[in-house]
Write a protein that binds this ligand. Structure first.
Ligand SMILES: Nc1nc2c(c(=O)[nH]1)N[C@H]1C(S)=C(S)[C@@H](COP(=O)(O)O)O[C@H]1N2
Ligand SMILES: [Mo]
Length: 395
């Protein structure tokens, strides 16, 4: 007895809803493809921005560039969730279709198509799930999020390209015809057998766009100041000292005794040359003020008015060229990789790149990196090192 005869696998004939049509699948799929495309491109950019060594320097302008692209990344990924759910619901009866009589050409296409779909569905669900979890600061895994999310994106996009190529004739016909056109529908979903519930195809599509829009708005508030009130899923909504959210507190980072100690000094070194500076020494140097955003890779961002010394002025103290690559070390020694970061030469040389000592006209809060933190334009938040202890010129 086959599994179908045993009733384990439903027959595609059992699915009669007129909503499950290529007309719907193609329209939702088009927007799903667009959101995945946006995620892929902005993701590539974000990954590159975090590379310590950059053959082509990541630009320092516009200062809000990364804020925009990473905000888009998370908004598009979140909007993709309802789109993916509707898309899967629309097409899943096809899973139970049998492969037709053996003819090598069509069979090859069928196998290729189903294989690409299996990979596509698995990677799409995986990417959105770990991406959402990450943007909600929930890390129920042990693998490296960044490396995994990056590698999987190529598999996903590869499978998506194959899928689109295989489906192109269906997609074109579906998008070219009216949404209620039935010519490409499965027989069981087509009149007169097809059932029409309370929801029309247009109604389903409108509901889907609305759901995607609500999902997008709900997270966009993490980055767009005016939207904070509606950002119900936004993890941080402007709370935190000095109006800027906090991921990790000084207490949690275990830096409190060291950074509040009278003995704290910033070390700036260039080969044999080095200087040790107290906070008062730093405050005695020319002070600059810059309005620059913190743009977290997890999607939230907030702009602040930072004051402090230019990094290039610090380099001048040890006779280092302004465009030197730098190693910045936090007083935070345990834990995340970003306690030691590379500040590339083009960032070091930029006049807006500060070792910030103050925020919004006040002393930098302990949780924002007191006694000093890096703040540079157009840079992933994860590289805006807090509680800096030393800056070292790389050879
Ligand atoms: N030393 C240190 N610097 C750090 C972090 C940290 O945990 N430790 N967090 C980084 C991240 S991920 C971001 S987005 C910014 C802002 O983080 P915050 O919200 O914890 O201040 O600081 C960055 N600098
Ligand atoms: Mo971050």
């Amino acid at each position: 007895m086959t599994s179908r005869a045993a009733g384990l696998v439903p027959s595609p004939d059992r699915f009669t809803s007129r909503l499950r049509s290529p007309a719907v699948a193609a329209r939702v799929g088009l927007w799903l493809g667009i959101t995945f495309g946006v995620c892929f491109l902005t993701g590539l950019l974000s990954h590159y921005a975090q590379q310590p060594s950059q053959p082509v320097p990541f630009p320092t302008s516009p200062s809000w560039g990364y804020r925009l692209t990473q905000g888009l990344h998370v908004v598009a990924g979140t909007a993709a969730v309802p789109l993916l759910l509707v898309k899967l619901w629309t097409v899943y009866p096809r899973l139970f279709e049998r492969v037709g009589p053996f003819r090598p050409g069509p069979l090859l296409v069928t196998v290729l198509e189903r294989l690409s779909i299996a990979v596509l569905v698995a990677t799409a669900v995986f990417q959105l799930a770990i991406g959402l979890a990450n943007s909600a600061q929930w890390y129920p895994w042990t693998f490296s999020f960044r490396a995994t999310h990056y590698a999987t994106s190529f598999v996903l996009i590869g499978a998506l390209v194959v899928h689109i190529a295989v489906k192109l004739p269906v997609i074109r016909r579906a998008l070219g015809a009216d949404v209620d056109d039935e010519s490409q529908d499965r027989e069981s979903a087509r009149s007169p057998r097809g059932t029409q519930g309370v929801l029309s195809r247009r109604g389903l599509l409108r509901t889907t766009w609305l759901a995607a829009g609500v999902a997008a708005l709900a997270v966009a508030g993490q980055s767009v100041p005016g939207l904070r009130q509606v950002s119900v899923f936004g993890v941080r909504s402007g709370d935190g000292p000095q109006g800027i959210p906090i991921n990790g507190s000084a207490a949690a980072a275990g830096v409190v005794p060291a950074v509040t100690s009278e003995a704290w000094r910033l070390s700036v070194s260039h080969g044999e040359r080095s200087v040790e500076l107290s906070r008062d020494d730093l405050l005695a140097m020319p002070q600059r003020t810059e309005t620059l955003p913190i743009a977290c890779v997890e999607g939230w961002s907030a702009s602040g008015t930072w004051s402090g010394v230019r990094v290039r002025d610090l380099l001048a103290l040890v006779d280092a060229p302004a465009d030197s690559d730098l190693r910045v070390r936090s007083m935070q020694t345990d834990g995340p990789s970003y306690t030691v970061t590379t500040l590339q030469g083009n960032f070091a040389a930029d006049d807006r790149t500060l070792l910030a000592l103050g925020l919004d006209g006040e002393t930098l809060a302990l949780d924002h990196g007191y006694p000093c933190r890096i703040i540079a334009p157009n840079r992933p938040g994860v590289l805006q090192t807090k509680w800096v202890g030393s800056i070292e010129v790389l050879a």
